[in-house]
Write a protein that binds this ligand. Sequence first.
Ligand SMILES: Nc1ncnc2c1ncn2[C@@H]1O[C@H](COP(=O)(O)OP(=O)(O)OP(=O)(O)O)[C@@H](O)[C@H]1O
Ligand SMILES: O=C(O)c1ccc[n+]([C@@H]2O[C@H](COP(=O)([O-])O)[C@@H](O)[C@H]2O)c1
Length: 196
Amino acid sequence: MGNIGIMGGTFDPIHIGHLIAAETALDRCGLDEIWFIPSFKPPLKDRQPGVDSDIRYQMVADAIQDNAAFRVVDLELRRGGMSYSVDTALELSRLHPEHAFSYIIGSDRINDLPQWHRVEQLVSLVSFIGLEREGTPAEPDSLPAYIRSRLSIIAMPAIGISSTDIRNRVRLGQSIRYMVPESVRQCIEGRALYES
Ligand SMILES: Nc1ncnc2c1ncn2[C@@H]1O[C@H](COP(=O)(O)OP(=O)(O)OP(=O)(O)O)[C@@H](O)[C@H]1O
Ligand SMILES: O=C(O)c1ccc[n+]([C@@H]2O[C@H](COP(=O)([O-])O)[C@@H](O)[C@H]2O)c1
């Protein structure tokens, strides 16, 4: 029996905001492991991933390889189609009935939880750990009680970095050193990702 935190995301690319969010949840919420699950098609985003799944997966794998409590899971990439968290939660509960799962989300995602696909079923399968993210304060009071009761909000150091910023910086020829792990920076540079 383990307490597993799920860090889902597009990871296009993974950056230190994701890693610090995951480490903060691990440290503060009594979790045993964090499973990073890259989305195939993120449900509520207008923009679909610009980089192939296998490269996004590899960047995550490289970024977390020195942390024994972190692992990457390709469940959504293999499933294909829209990456609804409820489908992932059902699959995880079936494959790992011995574990309890908590979804780790940034405050930008907390506020749109009521719009998530089959959210009532989702909250019956997993709980949520919400991390305050700079620029988007969480507004838990505006959430329905059945979601609020399954959500813990924890503070994390404000990391004003997003994948959008990273892609913009690369396009403008600006440095992303230290904003992403060195392996990710080298992958982006070596494959000339995000340059146009
Ligand atoms: N700097 C950050 N601090 C805290 N949480 C973050 C940060 N960046 C992303 N997250 C959270 O990580 C999860 C996955 O995010 P995602 O992969 O979409 O990254 P993103 O940086 O928000 O991407 P994009 O800029 O392309 O929208 C979401 O729950 C998001 O709220
Ligand atoms: O299931 C949904 O409807 C849903 C809606 C929005 C986001 N999510 C999940 O939340 C995680 C972060 O999403 P995003 O869009 O910020 O990359 C990722 O695992 C998504 O699949 C899931």
